[in-house]
Design a protein around this ligand. Structure first.
Ligand code: URA
Length: 217
């Protein structure tokens, strides 16, 4: 199956998903959007009110800050892929529950297996925990973490930063976000250099060459 077909299938599955309680109160699912060939993906926590209304990720005030931070490093939202670990809005924006995160996990797993980004920027602590269980956002933000993901089938380059919503509430978090975003281009260059050196042949790439991307949802 081609990359675009896999992504469209996941979107269709997410839109019909009833795997947890969140679909009952949500208006729309938010599968994620952007360039499926992007080098960088940005992963947030869960849709808020604006995202629930539109079915699109990061379109509220936090999204505006994300777009402005992207602009500072010469990127637009169309040039990256943006998604969340949870695809339906939790009521009153409460924290997602472990069983909701677990129910939603296969979607992002397949999305990442398909996009194969060089760099995954996690926005906030929930997105960081998703990849790096023992993480601590105040300590780990702005540091590249290598995560050997059995599910995604490769070593992931995960770069945690604070959530843009935290940057809107607190000037210190906003400064940290700006500082961490400014390092993204250099981090990407280092990853690219490393990948050239390793001739990185991921499990996924072998599957793809054999035309065997599985939609295990
Ligand atoms: N916050 C998130 O974590 N995700 C969104 O899509 C919007 C706000």
């Amino acid at each position: 199956m081609k990359k675009i077909e896999v992504m469209e299938k996941i979107t269709a599955k997410v839109e019909k998903c009833e795997k947890c309680r969140l679909c009952k109160e949500a208006k729309n699912a938010v599968p994620g959007e952007g360039d499926i060939n992007a080098d960088i993906v940005f992963i947030g926590e869960a849709p808020g009110a604006n995202e629930d209304k539109t079915g699109r990720p990061f379109v509220g005030r936090a999204g505006q800050l994300l777009e402005s931070l992207l602009g500072e490093i010469g990127l637009s939202r169309e040039e990256v892929w943006i998604g969340n670990i949870i695809k339906h809005r939790p009521p009153k924006n409460r924290d997602p529950k472990p069983d909701e995160i677990a129910a939603c996990e296969p979607y992002l797993t397949v999305q990442l297996r398909t996009i194969r980004p060089k760099l995954i920027v996690t926005l906030g602590r929930f997105a960081m925990y998703y990849f790096h269980k023992g993480g601590k956002i105040s300590r780990d933000r702005g540091n590249l973490i290598k995560v050997d993901s059995k599910k995604v089938g490769s070593v992931l380059n995960v770069y945690p930063v604070y959530h843009p919503a935290a940057g809107l509430r607190n000037g210190r978090f906003r400064e940290a976000l700006e500082e961490d975003f400014m390092r993204i281009p250099q981090i990407l260059k280092e990853i690219e250099l490393e990948q050239v050196q390793n001739k990185n042949s991921s499990t996924y790439r072998e599957e793809e060459q054999k035309g065997q991307i599985k939609l295990d949802l």
